[in-house]
Design a protein around this ligand. Sequence first.
Ligand code: BMA
Length: 359
Amino acid sequence: MRTLLCTLYFVTLSLFVSCSRQETRVLFGHQDDVVYGSGWQRLADSTYADTRSCIHDLTGEWPDLIGFDIGGIELNHSRNLDSVPFSRMKEECARQFERGGKVTLSWHARNPLTGGNSWDTTPCLAQIVDSSTAVHDTMQVWIERAAAFVAQVAALQTQPDQLIVRLWHEQSGNWFWWGREAGSADDYIALWRWTRTIMDEQLSLVHGTLSPCTLVFAYSPDKLTLYEDTPEGAYRETAEWYPGDEYVDIIGTDCYHHGGAEGTEDYLYRAHRQLDAAARLAKEHGKRLAFTETGCEALRCPHWYTTVLLPLLREYPDIEYVLVWRNAWDIPTHYFLPQPNTAEAEDFKSFIQQISNHQ
Ligand code: BMA
């Protein structure tokens, strides 16, 4: 009897452990993963017979998540700001969806007042949301163009919930024209709601209201410095710019590791502040949680994936996915995934194995 009870106990325990492992699996994503990487690029307008992927080159597995940016779509450009043809982007989105993977889109839109890039912080937010201005009209056209592209990508999904649109990211920083120094929280929220409304309308226009294709929207602040440096201050800033429950599905944060191994403490400090604030807001509003952008450029902190990112992720079992930024094919030090056949590549492989069962 005792042996039977013991066996039952261990069977139940292992079932419980394996179930909770499945539930807590973190999806891993990489920006532009399949269009270029360190030392290679597939940026021609033509279609490619197969897919090459940075993550696949390293691990033999296809990416769970790929990030793309649609900056340039607002001007009807054929390529985005990093030279990725929109036709290639759609081709790879279709392949990603067919493999059962996900895509997240960001938008480094130009400044509609000056025509400068996203980093042109000439204030324009108040004019954008004032419907009597010419800048408002420009923005309307730009959002409609972005929405038309997003609707086309959404239609390629093979399952619900494969496409995540991350609007107006890192607004808590001061580097984008939609950032906190360029306008008020109210104006930012108005822009967000307007953008999402047009994107939803465009989707139902193209696919009908009974369409099975959905759009999921993510909100992702970055550094939190507006209020006092406490958990409460960080939460207050995250909550103040939150566009609202009807407009947001995923709450996340963007946070980068700078300064090599010596920067680890600072990175973990900021990441905790931001993730704690995002997690609290997500919990209170019944939203999903993600680590929407992170990375350590050129992996200047050795074994960053297993020694820094992995323990951090383990502290937040509700994080659904994590995305690292691009491996620029034309800027040798601008990479966030390791180069194949290096010690860092082994570290990354070990990380991927561990986040697949990270409980
Ligand atoms: C930045 C850098 C830039 C790039 C931009 C948009 O973080 O990677 O080189 O143009 O993102 O992708």
